[in-house]
Design a protein around this ligand. Structure first.
Ligand code: PLP
Length: 388
């Protein structure tokens, strides 16, 4: 293995770089999770967690990956055989669909080309046709991490409201929470699924469910089997500052520090920062003469950009060269995008110069891989960064 000096550039779309402040917070002695200090931590933490989801209602924190939080959202609200309407926006929407089917749900999967988000017009048509209200839930991945496409949740909500359809709205914000504007309560989402290792700048290991009153009511009659994921026992314990089983104590220290950092910067400023990074990245891609995978400018992701390499070039070869030469990790093409795209993560703990370095590494890697590009791309990105 080549020895590298300096810090590794972790520019995949999650897990993201963990700030030193958060690492230091995690590196504290583990305390008794049934003692008074722990209760104090939880009771301080939970309102801060709600704020990042844009809700005043409870948010469940699981010791889990994002996949666990997906499962929790389904098993707490639905019953065997229930119909779920889902959109094929990319790899993660496809995985969530597979999970729902394995759990015994019937998924109506709206096909997609992996370059667009969930279509509110198609949703309106499907809901209008569902006069018997067979669809129990609509699931949407807010930010498709495999494609860099962000679905328009307020328009999805509006389609449900216009149709006066009672289906629950379940939204995955795994790669948008804490980096792209998101409002659980205002947008009328019933369950928002999140996790720790992306916009929240933590290591992997925490999953979240933000829940509405309607979702809570649904959980009282939902019949899918569940035990570990059961909301009610967690909510009861949380009231006293505890969890029904051993929580990820040290990750919770880190979560508090990360949330304090987001509060210090202010969520609107955090979102604007990510919007700028994304605009600069797209300027570089276009300047190079390459194509951004997302095909609708209303749906550009602010947390990552998927880049089509084009021609006969292998996107994974570009990534390998960049890793070997410049010690930088980029996201691979997932599922049917394998070899065709690489993904630049620009979310979490990074600044203008981190992004400038990232794009410089990508430009040099493309050149070394023999992809014909215009080296003016980097300059175009720097101009976006310099402008504000
Ligand atoms: N949903 C989205 C949008 C994701 O990006 C990911 C992982 O990257 C997941 C779900 C699954 O999360 P995890 O890998 O933490 O289980």
């Amino acid at each position: 293995m080549t020895a590298h000096s300096g810090r590794h550039f972790l520019q995949i779309p999650g897990p993201t770089n963990v700030p030193d402040r958060v690492l230091r917070a995690i590196a504290q002695p583990t305390i008794d999770h049934r003692g008074p200090d722990f209760a104090e931590l939880t009771l301080d933490l939970l309102p801060r967690v709600r704020a990042v989801f844009g809700t005043s209602a409870p948010v469940i924190v699981y010791p889990s990956s994002g996949t666990g939080a997906w499962e929790a959202a389904l098993v707490n609200t639905l019953s065997p055989g229930d119909h779920v309407l889902a959109f094929e926006t990319g790899h993660f929407a496809s995985l969530w669909r597979e999970m729902a089917e394995r759990l015994g749900l019937t998924v109506e999967f709206v096909p997609g080309d992996w370059r667009h988000g969930a279509d509110p017009v198609v949703l309106a048509e499907r809901l209008a046709a569902d006069t018997g209200h067979r669809i129990a839930a609509v699931t949407v991945v807010h930010n498709e991490t495999s494609t860099g496409v962000t679905s328009r949740i307020p328009e999805i909500r509006a389609a449900l409201d216009t149709a006066n359809h009672p289906a629950l709205l379940l939204v995955d914000t795994i790669s948008s929470l804490g980096s792209i504007d998101y409002r659980h309560e205002q947008w009328g989402v019933d369950v928002t699924v999140g996790c720790s290792q992306k916009g929240l700048m933590l290591p992997p290991g925490l999953g979240f469910n933000a829940i509405s009153e309607k979702a809570l009511a649904a959980s009282r009659t939902a019949r899918l089997p569940r035990s570990y994921w059961e909301w009610s026992t967690i909510l009861d314990s949380n009231e006293q500052g505890f969890f029904p089983y051993t929580p990820a104590t040290n990750l919770l220290y880190g979560l508090r520090e990360a949330l304090v950092m987001l509060e210090e910067e202010g969520l609107p400023a955090v979102f604007t920062r990510h919007d700028r990074f994304a605009a600069a990245t797209r300027a570089a891609v276009r300047g190079w003469g390459l194509e951004v995978l997302c095909a609708d400018e209303r749906e550009y992701s602010s947390s990552l950009t998927a880049v089509l390499v084009g021609g006969a070039h292998d996107a994974d070869k570009v990534r390998r060269i960049i890793l070997d030469r410049f010690d930088m990790s980029l996201g691979t093409g997932l599922g049917k995008l394998s070899g065709r795209v690489f993904r630049i993560g620009h979310l979490g703990d990074l600044n203008d110069l981190t992004l400038a370095g990232t794009l410089a590494g990508v430009q040099m890697g493309l050149e070394l891989a023999g992809v014909t590009i215009d080296p003016g791309g980097l300059q175009d990105a720097l101009e976006v960064l310099r402008a504000e």
